[in-house]
Write a protein that binds this ligand. Structure first.
Ligand SMILES: Nc1ncnc2c1ncn2[C@@H]1O[C@H](COP(=O)(O)OP(=O)(O)OP(=O)(O)O)[C@@H](O)[C@H]1O
Ligand SMILES: [Mg+2]
Length: 257
């Protein structure tokens, strides 16, 4: 099975254009099976504001106390997932929403309970249910909530989830769809970035905020054997006539074209 895992940023969900869906159709025509993971930063922040909770971030990761976790799960699974599933269905993609804790799909552990609270890292992705859904020609849309062996729910950065799902499915490609064209370095779009370049630009502060977990996850996906990993915009055509628009990631300094 030729899988492509597509992480769709909460940042761009309300701004996805018809060109984005055309690019998805192009990928399907080339035989790719689509699997989505979604984020939901803006939706969660909006609801936290209503509850008068101030969002807190550490290196782009959301610090999650008990109340934030409850709100994050409610919003991600109940609102953001529904939004992406509906959008895909409107464009004739048969999407099915799955919360990451369903069927223990995203088995997780605490990342750093003291520093980050209820934030998880993936210990295992159970792919059986995902494969079942794909085999029946439906498109899974995964909410980034994991579950520990004790049954605790954890909030996991959706970029990390996408990289781990891509690895577990032996995906050929992993895409991070966001609200910018890719990674900008000194005001111009980087066509490709290596591991070393990413570390340098994070240290220099050229890559910051939510872009940090995204580039780190992109590199994780490359290191775990995903052939093609890119950050692309959801506002534009990202794939056309076998040509990609965005920032591509490589492990080594050697750049493939
Ligand atoms: N060097 C950079 N190039 C491009 N964007 C950058 C860079 N450094 C930081 N950013 C920021 O990263 C943001 C994208 O990450 P962000 O986490 O906000 O979105 P997302 O991951 O698509 O959405 P969500 O977190 O809701 O899933 C950009 O909108 C931009 O503000
Ligand atoms: Mg993000």
């Amino acid at each position: 099975m030729r899988y492509i895992v597509i992480k769709c940023g909460g940042s761009v969900l309300d701004e996805l254009t018809s060109s984005f869906f055309t690019s998805l159709s192009e990928l399907e025509k080339r035989g790719f099976k689509l699997v989505f993971v979604h984020g939901g930063g803006p939706d969660i922040n909006e609801m936290l504001e209503l509850f008068q909770v101030t969002p807190q971030f550490v290196n782009g990761l959301r610090k999650t106390d008990e109340q934030t976790l409850k709100i994050a799960e409610m919003i991600l699974a109940g609102q953001t997932n529904r939004k992406l599933v509906s959008l895909l269905q409107q464009h004739h993609f048969p999407a099915v929403g799955i919360s990451g804790s369903d069927g223990c799909c995203l088995q997780a552990e605490y990342l750093n309970r003291e520093k980050l609270g209820f934030v998880g890292k993936i210990s295992e992705v159970h792919t059986k249910f995902l494969e079942l859904v794909v085999n029946e020609n439906y498109i899974p849309v995964i909410t980034p909530i994991g579950i520990t062996e004790n049954g605790d729910k954890l909030n996991i950065n959706a970029d990390y989830v996408a990289a781990e799902v891509a690895k577990a499915l032996n995906a050929e490609k992993c895409l991070f769809v966001t609200n910018v064209d890719g990674v900008f370095i000194e005001d111009s779009l980087a066509e490709s970035l290596s591991h070393q370049e990413v570390n340098t630009y994070i240290a220099k502060g050229e890559i910051s905020g939510g872009m940090i977990p995204k580039v780190r996850s992109a590199l994780t996906a490359v290191e775990k054997g995903v052939e093609s990993v890119m950050i692309v915009s959801g506002k534009k055509t990202f794939f056309e006539n076998d040509h990609w628009h965005g920032t591509r990631f490589y492990q080594k300094e050697t750049i493939k074209h």
